[in-house]
Design a binder for this molecule. Structure first.
Ligand SMILES: *Cc1c(COP(=O)(O)O)cnc(C)c1O
Length: 382
């Protein structure tokens, strides 16, 4: 196996699931034993961590639901014999509806056309399909308008082949410093649910809270919470308080495959954007932007070798990048290089994590872990 790989720490995944479950149980409004169900997002190959292994670990930890963005993702989970309910967060192509029905995937429906197509296909296959309504209360992405919810629920109710199993919405600002919009949105959604019940409709499972909501808006827990990024060890935004113990699950590592001593004034990599200012050792790491170590990290990020940090120098190339190892005795050739990951137990120093790299790239940790390409083998530990 190549030296550049992602090591997925399943012990940290289990730790994060337990931390989030304990936090939600402790903050749920209402009776002391009330606890929302847990739906873990495993879309985008489980945020880059590997959908099958993450789904299996989540199932072992008592997760009640999984969520994906595409029908192919759901199919991979089903093919691995994991039979938890799977919510389909995004809209499928019409050509994929037969598979949604035959694989028992639970779609979030947004409109009459989608409902009708699901009913037709379910009738053709002789099955009853559970669906959840998605209401747009402020995200502006997919979902029916709030005033259309009742009509959509009645339409689902008119089809014996369909079953309304839930009603959901999504928070665009739950990770904002100011939670007042999310509280207001939650109140509007609650009142919509009350209206449905007043019309004699059982909404099934009501859910809204992504990681930001889990952390900050307990009144938005309803019957189920839907975290993603916190399960993988990161907070959804940097400036938030950090009261939940989370550990990065993904470790991106490689090896020092080449070292050389160079004199002052030696330029490194494409464009010669960096030049040594003294005699120093330069190390080469066989990992590049084609692996997901993005070019924005050029002359910006640090890597961690044997407990010390070293700066990336020059432009990151497609398949390789260089680090300045300093003038002293360099780390041995083939030393492990940690690009980002959890702090090793008992170590006085820590490698960068995906949030640190995200900040250098003006993005969020989600994009860093999702960005590891399929060229990077995933290995599992813990
Ligand atoms: C991805 C997603 C989530 C999880 O979001 P995080 O910010 O990772 O917690 C929840 N709900 C929906 C609809 C999503 O698309």
């Amino acid at each position: 196996m190549r030296s550049t790989r992602a090591v997925i720490h399943l012990e940290n995944l289990r730790h994060n699931i337990r931390s989030v479950q304990a936090w939600a149980a402790a903050h749920t409004p209402g009776p002391a034993d009330a606890r929302p169900k847990l739906c873990i997002a495993v879309k985008a190959d489980a945020y880059g961590h590997g959908i099958v292994e993450v789904a299996r670990t989540a199932a072992d930890c008592g997760t009640e639901y999984l969520a994906v963005a595409t029908v192919d993702e759901a199919t991979r989970v089903r093919d691995a014999d994991i039979d938890l309910p799977i919510l389909l967060y995004s809209l499928p192509d019409t050509s994929e509806i037969p598979e949604v029905v035959s694989r028992g995937i639970t779609p979030l429906v947004t409109d009459a056309g989608y409902v009708d197509a699901l009913a037709r296909e379910s009738r053709a296959q002789g099955v009853r399909t559970a669906c959840h309504i998605k209401v747009d209360t402020g995200m502006g992405r997919i979902g029916c308008q709030p005033h259309e919810t009742l009509g959509l629920a009645q339409r689902i109710g008119s089809y014996p082949e369909l079953h309304l199993a839930g009603v959901s919405t999504h928070y665009p600002l739950a990770d904002d410093r100011d939670v007042s919009y999310t509280r207001d949105q939650t109140e509007r959604f609650s009142s919509l649910i009350r209206d449905l019940r007043a019309q004699g409709i059982d909404p099934g499972l009501v859910h809204a809270a992504n990681s930001g909501g889990v952390l900050r808006v307990p009144e938005g827990y309803f019957d189920m919470i839907r975290p993603g990024i916190m399960i993988y060890g990161y907070y959804p935004a940097r400036e938030l308080e950090r009261p939940i113990s989370l550990k990065p699950v993904m470790e991106f590592r490689s090896k020092l495959v080449f070292t050389k001593k160079v004199p002052a004034g030696t330029p490194v990599s494409y464009g010669h954007t960096w030049k040594s200012t003294r005699e120093t050792w330069i190390g080469t790491v066989p990992c590049g932007y084609a692996d997901g170590y993005v070019r924005m990290l050029s002359n910006a990020a640090d890597v961690w070798i044997g407990g010390a940090r070293y700066p990336v120098v020059g432009k990151v190339c497609m398949d390789q990048f260089m680090v300045d190892l300093g003038p002293g005795e360099p780390p041995a050739r083939y030393s492990d290089v940690i690009l980002f990951g959890p702090a090793p137990e008992g170590s006085a120093t820590a490698p960068p994590d995906a949030a640190e790299l995200a900040e250098l790239c003006d993005t969020i940790p989600y994009e860093i872990t999702c960005g590891l390409s399929s060229r990077v083998p995933r290995t599992y530990t813990g």
